[in-house]
Design a protein around this ligand. Structure first.
Ligand code: ITT
Length: 199
């Protein structure tokens, strides 16, 4: 069985293939590069779940295969939950992780540590060409530190310290991040649904 992974974000692709492989879902994951005719999906939803479903449905319709999508982001308490669904384009340059992280750091520079709370959120969506859909969500709570640390992961990982951790998510190993991450939680919850729906 083939399932399309509906994302163009390399950081997510690496993590999703790993998380789904570890969850032993008996499917072959194919990337969007196999469907060059599928263009970008407008992320017009107001929630992570709405945007994940938009991406999954668009790709399931266009490819004729089941599709899974991730919509995720970092919600910062001191910024009223922003950048949230705008995390990938916070600086105005979509997918420019460095620029997004620098802007966020500047925005919280005056916020004292006790008010640096934040969480990563992920919605994992599955859509079938028939229109059937499922969503699962996951989150990871922590705080924003003053300066980037670590080179693993992607996006805002170098400035995010999970609760109870002394290392940022960019200092955790891949396996350590997957075990606690918003994406790990969301996709491990979706995995049995995926296995059931495509069997
Ligand atoms: P696709 O829509 O093609 O999947 P995208 O990068 O545009 O890719 P999103 O709109 O879901 O996807 O944005 C997710 C952003 O949230 C991502 O670019 C990072 O800035 C941030 N993010 C999500 N998960 C993260 C993680 O595990 N670690 C660090 N940053 C993360």
């Amino acid at each position: 069985d083939r399932v399309v992974l509906a994302t163009r974000n390399m950081g997510k692709i690496v993590e999703l293939r790993r998380i789904l492989a570890d969850a032993s879902v008996p499917v072959e994951i194919v990337g969007l590069e196999e469907f060059p005719e599928i263009g970008d999906v407008a992320e017009t939803g107001l929630t992570f779940a709405a945007n994940a479903l938009l991406k999954a449905h668009a790709v399931a319709q266009a490819s004729g295969l089941p599709a899974i999508a991730d919509d995720s982001g970092l919600c910062v308490d001191a910024l009223n939950g922003m950048p949230g669904i705008f995390s990938a384009r916070w600086s105005g340059r979509h997918g420019d992780d460095r620029a997004n992280l620098e802007l966020l750091l500047a925005q919280v520079s005056d916020v004292p540590r006790e008010h640096r709370g934040a969480h990563f959120a992920c919605a994992a969506a599955l859509a079938l060409p028939s229109g059937q859909e499922r969503v699962a969500e996951g989150s990871l709570h922590g705080l924003i530190i003053d300066a980037p640390r670590g080179t693993n992961g992607f996006g805002y990982d170098p400035i995010f310290l999970p609760d109870g951790e002394s290392r940022t998510t960019a200092e955790l190993s891949a396996q350590e991040k997957d075990a606690i991450s918003h994406r790990g939680r969301a996709f491990r919850a979706l995995a049995p649904i995926l296995a059931e729906v495509i069997s």
